[in-house]
Each structure stands twice: as C-alpha cells, then as structure tokens.
Write a protein that binds this ligand. Structure first.
Ligand code: FAD
Length: 303
C-alpha cells in the first residue's frame, strides 16, 4: 500500500549519490555510464571519495574535474586528514576551489594500514575532522558535509563521545552530516533524537547502501561498526550464486528501508552507489523521483 502513494512525494525528496574514483579505464567507463544514467534524477549533489591515506588524490581530483567540466552535476570532494601535513591538505583544497568546487565532505579518515588500526594524527597535519572543517570554511568552502554514526563509530567509547565529536564538527562550520550506512531505521531515529538533544540542528542525512553483495557488506559492516540484523542475513541466505534474485531482493530491501524512512518524515537521502546505477535508479523511482529528461537524450560526455 505504501508503494502506490510514493509518486506524489517525489518532488519533496532530495537525493545525493556517492561514487569512488575509478582505478582502471574499464572502471572509469563504467562510472561514466552510471553517472549519465543517474544525472537525469537531478541529485542535489554527488560526491567522490578520497582513498585511504590520500592514495587517490589525483584520481579523486580527475573524477571531480571531469564532473565539473562535462556534466551538470554539483560535485563534492571528499577529503581526509590522513598522513598529510596541513600544507599538503591545503594544496588539495586550493586545487578543488580552483576548479570551482566549493562542496566538500570532510573526514578524519582511517590509517593507511586499514580500518581498525590505531589512528595517529600526522604531527604537522589537521588533528581531526573538526580542524579540517574549520580550514575548509576559512578557505571559502560553502557546503561541508561530515560523517555521523547512528550505531556509533567503533572507536567511540560511548554515544556521548561520538556525538560530542559531531558537535565539534558542526560548531566548526559543517552544514550537513551524512550517516554511515545502517539497516535498522529505529537506531537511526534514536540517534537523531540524541543528536537534537545535544543541540545539533544540521540535517542528518541517512546514508543508504544498496546491498550489491551481501557477503562483502557483512564483512565490511563488522569493521566499521554497522550492525547487520539477522533478518537481513536471512533475506540474502542462499543467494550467493544467484545474482539475479540477489539484485531483486536488494532492491526490495533498500526500497523498504527508504520508504519506511519517508514514512518517518525523512526527505533527504544519500546513496552509496558503489559506482553502479541500477539499484539506486530503481529505489529513486520508487520514492517518486523521475528522470528530468527523456532517456534517449542522455548521452555520455566525451572523454
Ligand atoms: P571523526 O568524525 O573525527 O570521528 C568519528 C568518531 O570516532 C567520533 O565520533 C569520535 O567519537 C571517534 N573518535 C575519533 N577519534 C577518536 C579518538 N582518538 N579516540 C576516541 N574516539 C575517537 N574514509 C575515507 O578514507 N575516504 C572517504 O572518502 C570517506 N568518506 C566517508 C563518507 C561518509 C559519509 C562516512 C560516514 C565515512 C567516510 N569515510 C571515508 C570513513 C571514515 O574516514 C572513517 O569512518 C574514519 O574511521 C573516521 O573518520 P571521521 O571523519 O568519521 O572521524
């Protein structure tokens, strides 16, 4: 019954899409195909991640640059504090500002050894995401998103410490928080209540991860503190070798999650696309978002 009512609310919903910078020519072609398919959904912005330890600095810049040049999208550049001096980070910020990019997603990041290793700030670098936000603000960034963790970050001893860090980031100038992915909408709602009680009023945009590969998501979740409920595991049980059914179930699961959040009054959604369009496109369709241009007019931009 919920599905039949969704088209009339599509114009009240804002979506954003996250991509990662491609490593190979084939991955780049795939990203471009995805971008062109999703562009007509008129996202409020798209974002491009920054690899561990700044490892994708050039690729992130190249991908963002191409979006600026060849699309009508509004790209946001992710940036981390990992293994870089303030001067080095400032240079990256200037590079983006020089392209006309004023949207950023500011993060502390994870150690180059990977999630779970102990984080040590670079002695000459920005110590945390709050300092990075302040630097971005000072240099002219207009729209700064930061992370938020509905099930708390694995390094946070408790929710109070976690939310205190979010408050520091917002007090430094962040305009929006995007959450780590989650599957339990109640935990998101409880978290937003805690955040509001702490006097934080920026949008806490749910980060939605369509489950392209359940096994990978389950492994990754364990490392980044996102809980995989038993009912979710059950839905994907036995589908490892059945990609078609897996994709259909993934679309249904994500649509159900998003539609439930819509029922709870949420109007902004950030999608972790994994550089793939189909599931995200289908879910957006179900929440009433329609292509702003006829599909036959959508042509990939020249390389
Ligand atoms: P912060 O917000 O600074 O901290 C997160 C939490 O950890 C805080 O709530 C705080 O309580 C706790 N904490 C931090 N430091 C300490 C400490 N020393 N002691 C105790 N508790 C502490 N990673 C990338 O490498 N590239 C990306 O492009 C990227 N994009 C992301 C986008 C989103 C929307 C999200 C949610 C995450 C992203 N990440 C990315 C992952 C992120 O870098 C990691 O989760 C990292 O571990 C924390 O970075 P942060 O900015 O969230 O940290």
């Amino acid at each position: 019954y919920r599905f039949s009512r969704r088209p009339d609310i599509g114009d009240k919903i804002a979506v954003s899409f996250e991509f990662f910078p491609p490593k190979t020519d084939a991955m780049e072609a795939k990203l471009w195909e995805t971008t062109m398919r999703l562009q007509p959904l008129a996202p409020s912005f798209v974002s491009v991640t920054y690899g561990a330890g700044g490892s994708t600095r050039e690729r992130t810049a190249r991908t963002v640059g191409r979006m600026v040049r060849d699309t009508r999208l509004r790209p946001a550049a992710h940036l981390t504090c990992v293994d870089a001096t303030r001067d080095e980070v400032d240079e990256v910020i200037r590079e983006f500002l020089g392209m006309g990019v004023t949207r950023f997603v500011a993060l502390r990041g994870d150690p180059a050894e990977g999630v779970g290793a102990r984080y040590r700030p670079h002695p000459g670098g920005y110590a945390n995401a709050a300092e990075l936000v302040a630097a971005l603000r000072e240099k002219g960034a207009s729209d700064i998103s930061v992370s938020a963790y509905p099930e708390k970050h694995p390094e946070s001893p408790d929710f109070a410490t976690d939310i205190d860090m979010l408050k520091r980031k917002v007090d430094s100038g962040a305009t929006r928080a995007i959450t780590q992915f989650f599957f339990d909408n109640d935990s998101y709602e409880r978290y937003v209540e805690r955040v509001r009680r702490a006097g934080i009023y920026v949008p806490i945009v749910p980060g939605i991860l369509p489950v392209h590969n359940f096994t990978q998501v389950a492994n990754f979740s364990a490392r980044c503190g996102a809980h995989v409920p038993a009912w979710l595991a059950e839905r994907f049980d036995g589908l490892h070798d059945d990609p078609q059914t897996h994709a259909l179930v993934a679309a249904a699961v994500a649509a159900e999650q998003v539609l439930d959040l819509v029922e709870r009054g949420i109007t902004d959604f950030h999608f972790y696309t994994m550089n793939r369009a189909d599931l995200v496109f289908a879910i957006c369709h179900m929440i009433g978002i329609r292509s702003a241009e006829p599909l036959h007019e959508v042509k990939p931009a020249a390389a």
